[in-house]
Write a protein that binds this ligand. Structure first.
Ligand code: ZN
Ligand code: ZN
Length: 338
C-alpha cells in the first residue's frame, strides 16, 4: 500500500509498504478520507515521521473473525488504540485510557497504525458506522473536526439560552461554531487570521472579535450587555486565549479547554474561580455514546461542507502540509486512492 511520510527538512512524500493484516477483533479498513490535523507541526519542525495521522473514514475490507463490523461497512475510524477493557473504555471515555495497546507488538508490524495511508487496522469497537447518505469526507468530521467541541459543549450543557465564546478558528474552532450554532447558542469567535475570520462567518458565527485588539475583552462583554459569556471554549491552545476565556466568562459561567497547550496558565483562585463561581475544565474528545448525535449535526447542519476547505490526493501530501502550516485553510482532507 501507499502511505505518506515526512522525510524531514519540510519534505513529505508517499512510499510503498506492506499491507497490514487483520487479527483477532481488529478490522482492516480501506481509507477513503483522511482529515489533516496537527501533523504540520512535525513538518514545520523538520522532524522525520513515518506514521502520520489519527483521523480517518473508510470501508471495512477484511475481518479476522466475526465481530462488530462486517466487510463493506462504511465507518469512522476513532483515534488511538485504547484497551477496550478498563472502566474508562467501557464507559465510552476511551480517549483517556491508560492501558492502550502497543500496536507494533500486537499487530506484529508497525504498518497499519497511520491514517495517512491506503489501509489501516483498528479494533472493531472503534469503527462506528456512517449513516447512509453521509459521505466519507463528511463522516470523517466526527473525529477532530467536530469531536472536541461536541464533547465540551455536551459537558457544559450549551443550549439556545447561551452566548458562547470560541477562541481560535482553526478546524477545531470552526467545528465549535457549527456545534454551538446547532445547539442554538449565540456565538462569538475570537480570531485574527482573515481567512479563518471569513470561514467562521460562513459557518454561522454571530460576532467575530480580533483577539489582538486592545479592547477585545470589552467588545465581547458589550455583546452580552456587560455581563460576560455563559460559556467559553479555547480552541487556540495559547495562554492568552485561555486567559481571555476566563476573563470573558460571566459569574457562575463555564470554561472548557480543548486546544492542546504545554505552557503555564496563571490562575488566581480567588478572583478567577471562587469569587466568580467559575467552572473550568479540560476536555479532549467525546464519549463514544455521543456518536449518533454528531452524525445528526453532520446530516442537518446546512453549511457543514464548508468545514472542509481543501481536498488533495495523498500523493500531494507535500502541498497539503504546506497549506496546513499556512493556516489559510479549514479542514483539509487527503484522498489515499485518488
Ligand atoms: Zn482502556
Ligand atoms: Zn486530530
Amino acid at each position: 500500500m501507499k502511505k505518506a511520510v515526512i522525510l524531514g527538512e519540510q519534505r513529505a512524500t508517499t512510499v510503498d509498504v506492506p499491507d497490514p493484516q487483520p487479527k483477532e477483533d481488529w478490522a482492516l479498513v480501506k481509507v477513503h478520507s483522511v482529515p489533516m490535523c496537527t501533523e504540520y507541526k512535525a513538518f514545520l519542525a523538520g522532524q522525520k515521521s513515518e506514521f502520520l495521522g489519527h483521523e480517518a473514514a473508510g470501508e471495512v475490507v477484511a475481518v479476522a473473525q466475526p465481530g462488530r463490523v462486517q466487510v463493506g461497512d462504511r465507518v469512522v475510524v476513532m483515534p488511538f488504540y485504547p484497551c477496550g477493557k478498563c472502566p474508562l473504555c467501557v464507559s465510552g471515555d476511551y480517549i483517556h485510557c491508560e492501558a492502550a495497546y502497543d500496536f507494533d507488538t500486537f499487530a506484529g508490524s508497525p504498518e497499519g497504525k497511520a491514517t495517512y495511508a491506503q489501509y489501516l487496522l483498528k479494533p472493531s469497537w472503534l469503527l462506528p458506522k456512517i449513516p447512509d447518505g453521509v459521505s466519507y469526507d463528511l463522516g470523517s468530521l466526527a473525529v477532530c473536526g467536530l469531536g472536541p467541541s461536541f464533547g465540551a459543549f455536551d459537558l457544559m450543557g450549551v443550549d439556545a439560552f447561551d452566548t458562547v465564546l470560541v477562541t481560535g478558528a482553526g478546524a477545531v474552532g470552526l467545528g465549535a461554531v457549527i456545534n454551538a450554532k446547532y445547539r442554538g447558542a449565540t456565538v462569538i469567535v475570537a480570531e485574527s487570521v482573515p481567512y479563518r475570520v471569513e470561514r467562521a462567518r460562513l459557518l454561522g458565527a454571530d460576532y467575530v472579535v480580533d483577539p489582538t485588539s486592545t479592547d477585545a475583552l470589552e467588545q465581547i462583554r458589550s455583546v452580552t450587555g456587560g455581563i460576560g459569556v455563559d460559556a467559553s471554549l479555547d480552541c487556540a491552545g495559547v495562554v492568552a486565549a485561555e486567559r481571555l476565556c476566563i476573563d470573558a466568562t460571566r459569574r457562575k459561567g463555564q470554561v472548557a479547554f480543548v486546544g492542546e497547550c504545554n505552557n503555564d496558565l496563571a490562575i488566581r483562585v480567588s478572583p478567577d474561580m471562587i469569587r466568580k463561581g467559575l467552572t473550568i475544565r479540560g476536555s479532549w474528545h467525546y464519549n463514544l455514546s455521543l456518536f449518533p448525535k454528531i452524525m445528526q449535526v453532520i446530516q442537518h447542519y446546512p453549511t457543514i461542507e464548508k468545514l472542509i476547505s481543501h481536498v488533495f490526493p495523498l500523493t500531494q501530501v507535500q502541498q497539503a502540509l504546506e497549506l496546513s502550516a499556512s493556516h489559510e485553510c479549514a479542514k483539509i482532507i487527503l484522498k489515499p486512492w485518488a
